[in-house]
Design a protein around this ligand. Structure first.
Ligand code: ADP
Ligand code: MG
Length: 210
């Protein structure tokens, strides 16, 4: 379980963006985070993903306070327990699609040979299997989002955080992504998804409005 207690955050010399937020993100549940542009949805997701440190308050993973850990420990925790889909996909332009999906796993010391079939199966499921030898510059925005989701799901993270993962998708691809998120929650994952899309909100168990 991922919990935040009295979470507050401001960028240096900026106003408070997250103000005294307390929430529980429970395994098995898909939680939607909504709110107007610029309200702090991405910032909250970076906090949950241990990429930003709260100004005050706590972030707990299974009861253990994790926000104050040293950078190296947070990085290790992120690689082992978290999957993150950035709003702009954030693929590495110098690597192939397949290598992008394998990236975090290789960082963790997993074997390329063991994980390639899983990576290819995920890409196939998400409808981007024909593009595995392409570089990210050659795929569309919607394909990049699905590649980023395949990367985030590869190691079956306990916590899956997605920033507008269906922003560039047609309804059929949105359904494929929603099915994958739901399946991840059903298998015991914590799923948090930032979205503007009412179709996505409708599939969530709970909505947190910022
Ligand atoms: P949302 O995802 O809801 O659109 P963001 O979390 O991206 O909102 O941004 C919330 C606010 O924080 C915005 O006013 C934005 O300009 C500001 N902001 C975002 N990133 C930074 C940063 N790195 N430094 C300073 N301010 C930032
Ligand atoms: Mg955002």
């Amino acid at each position: 379980m991922l919990t935040v207690e009295s979470l507050r955050f401001a960028y240096p010399s900026g106003p408070s963006i997250v103000e005294s937020l307390s929430e529980r993100f429970v395994p098995g549940q898909m939680v939607g985070i909504t709110g107007p542009s610029g309200r702090g949805k991405s910032t909250l997701l970076y906090l949950l993903g241990l990429m930003l440190t709260p100004t005050s308050g706590r972030i707990l993973l299974d009861g253990k306070s994790v926000a104050g850990l040293r950078d190296a420990e947070r990085a290790r925790l992120r690689a082992r327990q978290f999957g993150f889909v950035f709003q702009d996909a954030a693929l590495d332009a110098t690597r192939t699609v397949l290598d992008n999906v394998l990236e975090t796993a290789l960082y963790r010391g997993e074997s390329r040979r063991a994980l390639s079939p899983t990576a290819l199966a995920l890409l196939d499921r998400f409808g981007v299997s024909l593009r595995v030898h392409a570089k990210p510059g050659q795929v569309s925005g919607g394909q990049a989002q699905r590649i980023a989701l395949a990367r985030a799901l590869l190691l079956q993270p306990r916590v899956l955080l997605c920033d507008e993962p269906t922003g560039n998708l047609d309804p059929a691809s949105t359904d494929i992504v929603l099915d994958a998120l739901r399946e991840h929650a059903s298998s015991g994952g914590v799923v948090v998804v930032v979205t503007h899309d009412q179709a996505v909100v409708a599939h969530c168990d709970r909505e947190v409005r910022l």
